[in-house]
Design a protein. Structure first.
Length: 571
């Protein structure tokens, strides 16, 4: 039937892999278009910073700031910010999750299509390339990169990295300058998306050492790696100035110890990639079984070993690959998987329970597929058997994905799922409490914040959130005590300074309120409510000139002034 169809419509024969991949992505993920924000980073990245994102004049500023637009964290991700800015231009004055989810779906689709071409760079057969691309498109362990809006950081990283690597392969085979420039351009895009890209030059070197038998002119390689060096230097300079207000202090001994302590996460990731069970929106190591990881590793070792023991006959390898093609690809795939996964292990703040979010598997998993592609199964499968078995695998993965994706549909569902799968995570309890607080369930919220602090007495934001509950109940002394505890733990947290300002304004201590609101905008220059409240406070103090100045800054940053101007601060 398909042969007749391809004869009648020849374009289907050429493009049907792309059509199948597109259908798989849409059928599995179309439900996310109706999902809400999760209130896990997206509230800070998008909702709180929407006025900044909405203003296209801030494009250059995106390269001068931390991704959260406040010197509290040390994440330099300007292209992630630009992607949010692009989405925001399509909206009015209110951030809507639909357009952000749509972009996530589109990025995943493009990456899945690029991966099909990526596998063919290793001379995988057409059917194998399609199979692994479809597995990637529907794999439930990758759901977080698509269904969780900030997860696009890793899908963008993968898109740019795959493109950079594909053009690199084209460059060393053709030595065309257009391929050189294209590879360096996508490398730059990847680097300005996430610092994991620093692994990329090592990956290309591994590829040259393990997979290439053709001699490449040294001058051409010098040109390429010199371009890589210039790009990294340019990135380092911009990153230094962007994060200079609050540079991350790294203790090498601390990083190394956290790397060792967190190394079992490699087995967790491997287990989820091969046996996608025990999936979680907020996985932590505490209480996580390593059984699936050990079983997956043992299975791969046995299958790889049996593949090498088998005597095979077949077509000669490409002139660009070393004669031992199977060994080369398995070695390269193993290093791709491990090297791109390693940056997620060390943590600069070990006092907080580290999360090993599943979207970090999005880029490394391509290496695992390369390993599996070279495994010879003990049973010989006909083409029909391959299609039936492959279709069954894809159908099972897609079904698991559809159910797992629903955990991301709204903030309460998201954080309930986080608590159920990672009960020992203080972050999960803290943020579930925040969702209960926003829903008006104050006692349930208080209970979750208390659990979070019992798991980690220095859990950031938990004392602040307890303070909000007490303040809403007019227990101002208890609220002030909680805010002060938060300041001891988290002195650069803009919200607690803002909330203390509101509390002191309620107590008619206007000078104290002004002090904390001014500290708020020193920490976060885009905190609009603080500018608005400062204008109100200075008007009440009888200082209209200063009030007008803050009002102008409020407007310049995208704030909208209601008429008549309110006389009470925004809380």
């Amino acid at each position: 039937m398909f042969t007749k169809l391809f004869h009648r419509y020849p374009f289907l024969s050429r493009y049907y892999p792309y059509i199948l991949i597109s259908l798989a992505v849409f059928l599995v993920y179309f439900q996310i278009l109706n999902f809400d924000f999760s209130f896990f980073d997206d509230n800070q990245l998008i909702i709180s910073n929407f006025s900044f994102l909405k203003n296209p004049a801030n494009i250059i500023q995106a390269f001068k700031d931390d991704v959260f637009l406040a010197p509290v964290d040390a994440y330099y991700r300007p292209l992630l910010t630009l992607s949010f800015m692009f989405d925001s231009q399509l909206l009015n004055q209110t951030p809507s999750p639909f357009i952000f989810h749509l972009t996530n779906l589109a990025i995943h689709l493009i990456t899945s299509l690029l991966l099909f071409r990526f596998f063919q760079k290793f001379h995988l057969s057409h059917s194998k390339s399609l199979f692994f691309s479809l597995v990637f498109a529907v794999h439930p362990a990758l759901t977080q990169a698509v269904a969780w809006i900030p997860g696009r950081n890793d899908s963008l990283l993968t898109l740019f990295t795959i493109a950079a690597f594909s053009y690199f392969v084209d460059y060393i085979s053709s030595l065309k300058k257009t391929n050189l420039f294209a590879s360096l351009l996508f490398f730059a895009f990847a680097l300005f998306t996430k610092e994991t890209t620093l692994i990329f030059p090592l990956i290309t070197a591994v590829y040259l050492l393990t997979c290439i038998s053709k001699k490449i002119p040294v001058t051409r390689l010098v040109h390429y790696y010199f371009g890589i060096l210039l790009t990294v230097i340019f990135w380092l300079v911009l990153r230094h100035f962007a994060l200079s207000a609050n540079p991350l202090k790294l203790d090498p001994n601390l990083l190394f110890s956290s790397f060792i302590n967190n190394s079992p996460a490699i087995l967790v990731y491997l287990g989820k990639a091969v046996i996608p069970a025990n999936l979680s929106v907020l996985p932590i190591l505490a209480g996580t079984s390593l059984l699936a990881g050990f079983l997956s590793f043992a299975l791969l070792v046995v299958l790889v070993y049996s593949s090498f023991c088998e005597k095979t006959e077949g077509s000669q390898p490409s002139v660009y690959f070393s004669p031992r093609k199977k060994t080369s690809i398995i070695l390269f795939g193993s290093l791709w998987f491990l090297l791109f996964l390693l940056p997620s292990l060390p943590r600069p703040t070990p006092q907080f329970a580290p999360e090993f979010l599943e979207h970090r598997l999005y880029l490394p998993i391509a290496g695992l597929f390369l390993i599996i592609s070279e495994i010879s199964l003990p049973l010989k499968l006909t083409k029909t058997h391959f299609v039936i078995t492959g279709s069954a695998v894809i159908l099972i993965l897609a079904t698991l994905n559809i159910f797992h994706t629903r955990s991301f549909r709204d903030p309460v569902t998201f954080w309930l799922s986080a608590v159920q799968s990672s009960y020992r995570s203080p972050l999960a309890h803290r943020n579930l409490g925040a969702m209960y607080y926003l829903s008006g369930k104050l006692e349930a919220a208080k209970s979750e914040f208390t659990i979070a602090l019992s798991l980690n007495p220095r859990e950031p934001m938990a004392h602040n959130n307890l303070g909000l509950i007490y303040a809403s109940q007019d227990q101002l002394e208890l609220a002030e005590a909680e805010y002060q505890k938060e300041l001891e733990i988290n002195p650069e947290y803009d919200d607690v300074h803002f909330n203390l300002g509101v509390l002191y304004f309620k107590k008619n201590q206007i000078n104290q309120a002004i002090k904390f609101w001014e500290r708020t905008i020193n920490i976060n220059p885009y905190y609009l409510s603080a500018y608005r409240n400062l204008a109100i406070a200075y008007y009440q103090k009888g200082n209209p000139a200063t009030a007008t100045r803050y009002l102008q800054e409020f407007r310049q940053r995208g704030g909208i002034i209601s008429s008549p101007f309110p006389k009470t601060p925004l809380q």
